[in-house]
Design a protein around this ligand. Structure first.
Ligand code: NDP
Length: 460
């Protein structure tokens, strides 16, 4: 296991909200060696004490469940160094002063990846080190291809083993469970095809607005932020052929097969099968039942350049050309500032063909990915002339208990050299390939930017 984590972008939202809390959870679970060290780096002029103080506040806010002793333990192993990440001399001096090999984690806006990786190349990445990059991996297909090439040069013979493209959704127990659900249940696999499944919805609805993240989000938008990565990863897990043998390499091969089987949208389809929108002023719902919170229109949020026309809501319908899935629709829907929080896959089975069952709604399997939904199979009773109708039945199971936060699993994989939770280079490119016609149609202004009120169900 690599015992030094170099966190580039340690003052950012991701670091404070997810990475530091995950590190504290790992410390509490005793998953690190005692001499594990975190080197936090960013451009802000701080010393160790000042950074540790800020980090302590963030842990208090985002990791209240981790025992205070483990949080304090973690903070004792954190050092801070002000670093100009785009300056080879600054990065060299940082690398020279720390124990090697090192896991370098780019918790930075994706627009900086190429420059920082070039700087790392110039500074020289110590042998045996790894580089982890956050999603989205680049900004489009061309930049992803170029970045993959660059990374291959930086890590040399270590190859893919030394590169970790993070998609933390893969670390969620529910996402890991998608595969287990299919592997372990004879009931599902025979039905897992277009003959029985009419449509699969992959939903990612958030009940929060921008939350001060304009610096990153306004240059990204929903399609790049979550659909090209998280949601296509979920598609891969849902739609892939079961990997045999069940090893890391075969698993990734089967996931890439799915992405490559997505039928490329024509220009007309990219218009007729996609929607984009952004929120106007409204009131976000309070899950606790309170009065909610007023938010301004996205265009008026601090740091937003309204002229960019960034979408906060996206919808895309795809189809797969494969023996298993030709004929099933895959609907992707994601948005911010909606009336509810829902990260879910809904598998809609085809209606029963028996003439007496014509009024029965179709069965649905709902799989919650990150709360609050569980796994639920909805079986509906048919309505017929002579037979009594059956009351709808819901078979539900609570989500699997999480031993660690998703980022805890991600960080363990980064440090220990695992690859199940990382997106392979060709996989990242295949995912951009899927979304390229959509990005092109949107950029050309062929799909109007609709509006929806914050706190509503989305555009009508
Ligand atoms: P932030 O905007 O909070 O910035 C992250 C870090 O990058 C900060 O330390 C920031 O320093 C630094 N930074 C920004 N611009 C520059 C620059 N020009 N030169 C040097 N440093 C710079 O982003 P997030 O932390 O929200 O996101 C980082 C990555 O993590 C993104 O790729 C995002 O997609 C991904 N991610 C984020 C999640 C989240 O909830 N935040 C969730 C999942 C993934 P400074 O403070 O000085 O600006």
């Amino acid at each position: 296991m690599i015992k030094t984590l170099l966190l580039l972008g340690a003052t950012g939202d991701l670091a404070g909200r997810y990475l530091l809390p995950a590190l504290a959870a790992l410390r509490a679970a005793d998953r690190f060696p005692d001499d594990f060290q975190v080197i936090a780096a960013a451009r802000e002029d701080l010393d160790d004490r000042a950074f540790q103080r800020t980090a302590a506040e963030r842990l208090e806010r985002h990791a209240p469940d981790v025992p205070a002793a483990a949080r304090a333990d973690l903070l004792r192993s954190v050092r801070y160094q002000r670093t100009e990440m785009t300056d080879p001399a600054s990065l060299s001096s940082l690398l020279a002063g720390i124990r090697q090999p090192v896991a370098v984690y780019l918790a930075l806006p994706p627009g900086l990846y190429t420059t920082v990786v070039i700087t790392l190349k110039a500074a020289g990445l110590p042998a045996g080190s790894r580089i982890a990059l956050e999603k989205p991996f680049s900004e489009d297909l061309d930049s992803a291809v170029a970045l993959n090439r660059l990374l291959a040069q930086v890590v040399g013979t270590a190859g893919e083993q030394a590169v970790f493209r993070v998609d933390h959704v893969l670390g969620l127990p529910t996402a890991q469970n998608l595969l287990a659900l299919r592997l372990a249940n004879r009931v599902l696999e025979p039905l897992w095809n277009s003959r029985h499944i009419e449509q699969i919805d992959i939903l990612r609805e958030e009940d929060l607005g921008l939350e001060g993240r304009a610096g990153y989000f306004d240059r990204s938008g929903t399609l790049r932020d979550v659909m090209q990565n998280h949601m296509l990863q979920v598609l891969s897990l849902i739609a892939m052929d079961l990997p045999a043998p069940l090893d890391e390499h075969t698993l990734r091969d089967r996931k890439v097969d799915v992405l490559r089987s997505v039928r490329r949208l024509s220009r007309d389809e990219a218009v007729s099968r996609t929607r984009r929108a952004r929120y106007t002023a409204g009131r976000l719902t309070d899950p606790a039942g309170g009065a909610g919170r007023a938010v301004p229109a996205y265009r008026d949020e601090e740091g937003v350049d309204a002229a960019r026309g960034t979408e906060t809501f996206a919808e895309v319908v795809l189809e797969l050309d494969s023996e298993r899935w030709s004929g099933t629709r895959f609907l992707f829907r994601a948005g911010k500032a909606l009336h509810r929080r829902r990260k879910q896959v809904t598998v809609r089975f085809r209606p029963v063909e028996h003439p007496s069952a014509h009024r029965a709604p179709a069965n649905e399997l709902r799989i919650g990915l990150d709360g609050p939904e569980d796994i639920a199979l909805h079986l509906t009773g048919g309505v017929s002339l002579n037979l009594p109708s059956l009351a709808p039945v819901t078979l539900a199971a609570p989500p699997p208990a999480a031993d660690l936060p998703a980022y805890g699993h991600v960080l363990l994989d980064v440090l220990s050299g695992g690859s199940t939770l990382s997106v392979r280079g060709d996989e990242a490119e295949a995912a951009w390939h899927v979304m390229t016609p959509v990005l092109a149609a949107w950029k050309a202004g062929l799909v109007p930017l609709e509006e929806y009120a914050a706190g509503s169900a989305g555009p009508l």
